[in-house]
Ligand binder design. Structure first.
Ligand SMILES: C[S@@+](CC[C@H](N)C(=O)[O-])C[C@H]1O[C@@H](n2cnc3c(N)ncnc32)[C@H](O)[C@@H]1O
Length: 188
């Protein structure tokens, strides 16, 4: 088993929700690892949507999916996740956000508080009861620290009747490791 970190734990927490999922979302495709995980962990009939604003990220994601013969079940969208509602009209079972910049890419092209909050808000509107969103945030650099503060402010404002918001973090590691937030929609 892989050593625990926020990215690994996001996959562990979300995996049970994928077994019967009809529609799942990777809001930040990046190099495609989470998209591959979602495509590989869901039934053959599941539709996976993956968003990124960088063409190079979607090219890498498509290459990875094609290598694993899973490209057919994934819609790759070259657009901001803040426009998710223009593409997805059905209920969402699970969604993953891995914030920050593309590893090995331009560090200036990063997620930002405003669009992340818009996208999470749209996902919450589409989320089925007992559906789960995972968000990995990076407080280890200035832009990421600000984004984390802003999204945390938004998360704490969510109705506790409608949603359960939790976080997972490593407390004995140097250099502000990533933090995982989990938002589950409560049963109706
Ligand atoms: C940390 S990477 C994601 C890593 C990816 N989940 C993986 O497994 O390889 C963050 C990605 O978010 C993308 N991104 C930044 N702003 C975005 C936005 N508004 N909408 C969608 N993707 C965005 C970046 O281009 C980058 O590829």
């Amino acid at each position: 088993m892989q050593t625990a970190n926020a990215v690994v734990m996001a996959q562990r927490f979300i995996k049970p929700k994928l077994l019967t999922a009809s529609l799942v979302v990777d809001a930040t495709a990046g190099n495609g690892k989470d998209t591959l995980f979602l495509a590989d962990s869901t039934p053959n009939t599941t539709v996976v949507w993956a968003f990124d604003i960088q063409a190079q990220a979607l090219t890498k994601t498509n290459e990875l999916l094609t290598k694993h013969k899973l490209a057919d079940k994934v819609h790759l969208v070259l657009d901001s996740h803040a426009h998710m509602h223009q593409y997805i009209k059905q209920p969402v079972d699970a969604a993953m956000f891995n914030l920050g910049y593309l590893p090995g890419g331009d560090h200036e092209v990063s997620t930002s508080s405003e669009t992340t909050i818009q996208a999470v808000s749209q996902t919450l509107q589409l989320l089925r009861p007992e559906g789960l969103i995972t968000i990995v945030a990076y407080p280890g650099y200035e832009h990421g620290r600000v984004e984390l503060q802003d999204i945390l402010h938004y998360f704490t404002s969510l109705s506790q009747k409608e949603f359960t918001v939790a976080c997972w973090s490593i407390v004995n590691q140097k250099n502000s490791p990533p933090i995982l937030y989990l938002i589950e929609k409560n049963e109706e």
